[in-house]
Ligand binder design. Structure first.
Ligand SMILES: Cc1ncc(COP(=O)(O)O)c(C=O)c1O
Length: 435
């Protein structure tokens, strides 16, 4: 086996020590802290196409892609130019601009599931606002969520299944009152019997059932289509809203997200990440009737100083214009499958307990052999193999998100040639950790 040396980390280590003086844990978002892998987080210096360079001058093929937004890779020329041109006219007005209309038109003219949209500044904000809308529209209090889905750091979503009454939520974060968490019901994913029992007991109180239709924050927990279809039906039966949180899957697996991929119509949808072309944008949308409840048309209040920010809109317009081109998603999926099957074939030949799970241009590294993992509790909590693989990959010039529960992303800048080289690095890294 070839000898691989560790990467230089001196500058990142120094910067992290300084950052610890300023920020809790030295970071502005917890997963960046490298808590579940070795060493200090890498401080990034620049990105171009499929590559990033850190402050020590190491170069990596980037499969984190800013946790999903960069579907065209770093610094895509049309995103860059549109942002710079827009910025020349000013960065923010707190008044409407034509860019908001343009991005809305680009989305709504292609999306058969929503008639109106509201732009906000993050995925969390989109979910928080849309949950309020679901409650305001239905006049009901309870929200149903699924264990293993992440919906941002919204109070009512920082909840897991309680130990007593299986479905009543209990908070997973200090600062979220139990009384509040109790209004969230929590069910396991892909469990039809639990779903039916929950609706029989609480159906008439449930404002909405929120789900990542492609759960991608606790591994990639691909659901049975029949489960998602049953969820649609039972929501309609009890007049609860079906809420697809498409912050990851939106514009990723298809232009109109998992709703388009699975042909299931949600009542309310949230987007984030890709919609902003790498700048902070989130959005929620629904029928004109439901969106009619949002202020200033209706009684559900929601606002934002930087909502619809023209520079962020410009990045989104440029990126989604590329995404809307014919064959975009087919090509992304084809290249991703090719990459994944190369690595999987190697792992299978060598009989490693490892498999890459994939959909669209998303992949997840599963250390649970060939078991089909559809629920969070089916994942082996021992992440030591992931941690070793992470380091082995870094040493070979591959950067993935520093957590075994997170997924990887492929952008248009990941050419077949880059992916072929990266697949070889994955195979070598697997050989190293299983040796
Ligand atoms: C499905 C889903 N919903 C909501 C969020 C929250 O988005 P943000 O981090 O932009 O607040 C995320 C973030 O990863 C997500 O994956």
């Amino acid at each position: 086996m070839e000898t691989v040396t560790g990467i230089k980390r001196e500058n990142s280590e120094k910067l992290f020590e300084t950052a610890k003086k300023y920020f809790p844990g030295g970071v502005n978002s917890p997963v960046r802290a490298f808590k579940s892998v070795e060493g200090a987080p890498l401080f990034m210096h620049k990105g171009n196409g499929a590559h990033v360079w850190d402050e020590d001058g190491n170069k990596f093929v980037d499969f984190c892609c800013s946790w999903g937004p960069l579907i065209l890779g770093h610094n895509h020329p049309s995103v860059f130019n549109n942002v710079v041109e827009t910025l020349k006219n000013g960065s923010s007005f707190g008044a409407p601009t034509v860019k908001e209309n343009e991005l809305a038109e680009l989305i709504l003219s292609r999306n058969p599931f929503i008639e109106k949209i509201r732009f906000v500044s993050s995925g969390t904000e989109a979910v928080m606002s849309a949950l309020r809308l679901a409650r305001g529209y239905t006049g009901r209090k309870k929200i149903l969520k699924f264990e293993g889905c992440y919906h941002g750091h919204v109070d009512s979503m920082l909840v897991k299944a309680g130990s007593g009454l299986a479905t009543l939520g209990t908070s997973t974060s200090a600062g979220v009152p139990e009384e509040y968490a109790n209004e969230t019901l929590v069910l396991p994913l892909n469990d039809l019997d639990a779903l039916k029992a929950c609706f029989e007991e609480f159906g008439n109180e449930i404002a909405c059932a929120i789900i990542e239709p492609i759960p991608a924050n606790n591994g990639l927990l691909l659901q049975d289509l029949t489960f998602l279809q049953a969820l649609r039906e039972i929501c309609s039966e009890y007049r609860s809203l079906l809420f697809f949180d498409e912050v990851i899957s939106g514009f990723r697996v298809a232009f109109s997200g998992a709703a388009e991929y699975y042909k299931i119509k949600p009542d309310i949808v949230t987007y984030g990440k890709i919609i902003g072309g790498g700048l902070p944008v989130g959005a929620y949308g629904a029928s004109a009737e439901i969106m009619g409840y949002v202020a200033p048309d209706g009684p559900v209040y929601q606002a934002g100083t930087l909502s619809g920010n023209p520079v962020a809109m410009a990045a989104g317009i440029a990126q989604l214009t590329e995404c809307a081109k014919p064959g975009f998603y087919e090509d992304q999926e084809r290249r991703t499958k090719q990459f994944v099957s190369r690595v999987n074939q190697h792992a299978s030949t060598k009989e490693y307990d490892f498999e890459m799970v994939t959909i669209g241009s998303v992949f997840w590294l599963s250390f649970d052999g060939k078991k089909r993992i559809q629920r969070a509790d089916q994942i082996d909590p021992d992440m030591s193999q992931f941690s070793k693989l992470f380091t082995a990959l870094l040493n070979r010039g591959i950067y993935i998100g520093p957590s075994g529960y997170e997924v990887g992303f492929i952008s248009t800048a990941h050419t077949e040639e880059i992916l072929e080289g990266a697949a070889q690095q994955f195979c070598d890294a697997l050989d190293e950790i299983y040796a």
